[in-house]
Design a protein around this ligand. Structure first.
Ligand SMILES: [Zn+2]
Length: 371
């Protein structure tokens, strides 16, 4: 009987992954996902975000993604990008911009991008912060009081100036109804991650992904009955921290011309794999990501061990052809994603994933930093 029911499931077209990977079954409730790149952030301390940092790669550039999620007539935001007046951050953050450790060109706040795009701020019911770092929380003072705010479990809500070192201030919360999530009572797990079914119809899940900072969460958006976008927030800061891995390589073999290019372009002083030769790197036999989450005392990850486990679990989605993983700061995607007003939801039909997953390894891609 067991094999009969298994055949029935396969005949009904359930995704392969649901059989052994804890992924949700096919249902018809979906959301639409549209992505903004709010800012291009440069930092002179890439070593706090990723390791190793090779000679000549002393800075790192990062997009700053924000997501508009539409569920029928209901709209929410997942992250807002950073505010566009960085000197008005609390001193502990503003000092990074004063010293040049972080820098940005002038840019439009997400509230302007939405308004210019015909999306009234009043139409957005709720903002979800993946976490409370400055580059995700926008400028909440620009939002109507009717906009609710959702934050992850344990998000530190101590405020400047009462807490002089705090990165948050009263205007980040004032006037808004704030809900702090708890995953304690959920019995739902997806790819090993505790999950909350946000709308109650399996269209949009919030996932508990600790490590980066207290309260760090990610989201899984069902954009067609069987395909998803995983909003990975800051589970990592570079595609090279996610890839390659064995299951990923089995689904998405590195294109032959890139294997050939990588032989010369990737430094064998810093990277190695079983079939590499001195000065001839072999990507196909590389069984772990090229870059790692740093565990130095100044790591941007508060708990690098937990962060790596969260990333390992996210990698389960990345290896599956029904899931597109988009991090907040993935520079390799910058010329490749369909940004607002286009929708990300048709990514699979358009073959987007095949176009983007190895882009970080192309020597001409802005994210390349391996030579
Ligand atoms: Zn960030």
């Amino acid at each position: 009987m067991a094999s009969l029911s298994l055949l029935a499931v396969l005949a009904l077209g359930f995704p392969r992954a649901v059989l052994g990977f804890g992924h949700p079954p096919v249902v018809n409730s979906t959301v639409d996902v549209r992505v903004f790149n709010v800012a291009n952030i440069t930092t002179t301390v890439p070593g706090v975000l990723l390791q190793p940092v090779l000679h000549g790669y002393d800075t790192i550039h990062m997009p700053d993604h924000a997501f508009l999620i539409e569920h029928g007539t209901e709209r929410i935001m997942f992250d807002l990008g950073m505010r566009n007046d960085p000197l008005n951050f609390p001193p502990s953050v503003a000092s990074f911009f004063e010293s040049g450790v972080y820098s940005v060109e002038s840019f439009k706040d997400i509230t302007e991008l939405l308004t210019e795009g015909g999306i009234a701020l009043e139409s957005i019911d709720t903002i979800i912060w993946s976490h409370s770092h400055f580059d995700h929380i926008g400028n909440m003072a620009k939002w109507p009081n009717s906009t609710n705010l959702v934050v992850g479990p344990g998000t530190n809500r101590s405020l400047y100036p009462e807490y002089p070192d705090s990165a948050l201030q009263a205007s980040d919360f004032a006037g808004h109804n704030v809900t702090e999530l708890s995953f304690k009572n959920t019995n739902l797990t997806i790819s090993g991650l505790p999950a909350i079914d946000y709308f109650g119809d399996q269209s949009f899940y919030l996932l508990n992904t600790p490590g980066h900072i207290m309260g760090h969460i990610t989201a899984l958006a069902r954009v067609t009955p069987s395909t998803f976008v995983l909003l990975g927030a800051d589970t990592c800061h570079h595609a090279g921290q996610l890839r390659p891995r064995p299951r990923f390589q089995a689904t998405y073999a590195c294109p032959a011309e890139l294997v050939a290019q990588a032989k010369n372009s990737i430094s064998t002083d810093y990277f190695w794999s079983p079939d590499s030769q001195p000065h001839a790197f072999d990507i196909a036999s590389r069984a772990q990501p090229l870059l790692s989450i740093p565990d130095l005392p100044n790591s941007a990850d508060a708990n690098p061990v937990a962060g790596r486990v969260s990333l390992d679990r996210i990698a389960g989605f990345d290896a599956d052809e029904n899931y597109l993983v988009v991090f907040a700061h993935d520079l390799s995607l910058i010329d490749k994603l369909p940004y607002f007003p286009e929708s990300l939801s048709t990514w699979k039909a358009k073959g987007l994933k095949e176009d983007v997953v190895w882009a970080f390894l192309e020597a001409e891609n802005p994210a390349f930093r391996f030579g």
